[in-house]
Design a protein around this ligand. Structure first.
Ligand SMILES: [Zn+2]
Length: 357
């Protein structure tokens, strides 16, 4: 942060932009229980669920030891369930280069290497309108002309209009393309999914010990499977890297095309990994910042990508600068369900208040 610049955050107004993992899909019961238990409304988060890539839904079933069944409804003194979830298609999750490195299954490289103790970051929230790949001027090797993409042009124009909406930002650092760069360690991209790009379905409900039934209350389930949702172009990711962004959050199931023939171009560019078919000049782990042996201070942030966030509408939470608190479950794995929380922030530069909130 440049001298003379201060950021003030409203820590009393957290905005949870996560979509929880729902093993039971019994969302209506969950909503009712929450209404009884807490005063906060948070209604969309508890009445929506998603799937993507045809990944099987999460499950939760009681642990069994012989006759003993770990569920109070079966007479046990506690609930003790075994939860099975693939984070990549079940709700908000954060991944890192371990998603692409051999050894993540054994914990050699994992989401834990993203140093979650530094979870507080400055973040920029941007709403973007995807455009057709053929009109974007960008590239994406396995893409089709009609695909909807988040292009460099789309991102640049969102950054520019946000810059203009601030009354006073500090001048751009030397060599930087935007005055927002000091605030861009994390960028949160909102496209309006899943309402726009997912298929809305009535959520099936599975309760412990029963077959799947339809819920009378019709909680909403969004399926991205087979829908070819929008994705980021190569140039868009290069632009985010040029803004010094290390943490990208988006409301899409993936930053890459649903079927991209395994290239994962957008992931690889953002995670600072060599492209699939290029000769790597350094080891992938070092390229991605997950390198052992360097002094903590010398290490750059380890890039992360968080997908399937569920931010409120723009009218409720406007584009702008926020404080982001991003926590992952402490799993030694390539990805983990996560809870990103935004706090409204204001920027003071040379005693000038940039934007009231
Ligand atoms: Zn993922």
């Amino acid at each position: 942060m440049q001298s003379g610049t201060k950021v003030s955050a409203d820590l009393g107004s957290p905005i949870d932009i996560s979509l929880p993992v729902h093993p039971s899909y019994d969302l209506e019961s969950r909503r009712k229980a929450l209404e009884r238990a807490v005063s906060s409304s948070s209604k969309p988060r508890y009445t929506a669920s998603v799937d993507a890539f045809g990944i099987p839904r999460p499950t939760s079933s009681p642990l069994r030891f012989g006759e003993w069944c770990g569920d109070i409804s079966a007479g046990a003194s506690v609930n003790c369930h075994v939860v099975s979830v693939c984070p990549h298609g079940a709700g908000t999750h954060t991944e890192c280069a371990a998603h692409f490195l051999e050894g993540s299954a054994t914990g050699v490289y994992s989401i834990e290497d993203t140093r979650p103790e530094k979870s507080i970051k400055l973040a920029v929230l941007l709403t973007v309108e995807p455009e057709k790949l053929e009109k974007s001027g960008d590239t994406y090797a396995p893409g089709q002309p009609e695909d909807l993409v988040i292009s460099k042009r789309v991102l640049e124009s969102a950054v520019k209009s946000l810059e203009e909406s601030y009354l006073s930002l500090p001048p751009a650092p030397a060599g930087a393309s935007s005055a927002l760069v000091p605030f861009c360690e994390a960028i949160v991209i909102r496209t309006g999914t899943p309402e726009r790009f997912g298929e809305k379905k009535e959520a099936p409900v599975r309760k412990a010990g029963s077959e799947e039934t339809k819920s009378a209350a019709k909680p909403v389930h969004y399926s991205y499977t087979g829908k070819n949702p929008p994705y980021f172009t190569k140039e868009a990711m290069e632009y985010l890297v040029s803004l010094n962004c290390y943490h990208l959050l988006c409301d899409l199931p993936s930053v890459d095309r649903e079927n991209d023939q395994g290239h994962l171009i957008a992931h690889r560019v953002f995670l600072r990994l060599p492209l699939k078919d290029s000769p790597a000049s350094s080891t992938p782990a070092a390229a991605a910042g997950i390198a052992k042996g360097k002094k903590e201070k010398e290490k750059p942030p380890v890039p992360t990508i968080t997908e399937l966030i569920f931010p409120p509408d723009r009218e409720e939470v406007p584009d702008g600068i926020y404080i982001l608190d991003l926590h992952v479950a402490p799993l030694l794995s390539d990805a983990s369900p996560s809870r990103p929380v935004l706090y409204p922030a204001a920027v003071f530069h040379s005693s000038t208040f940039s934007r009231p909130f």
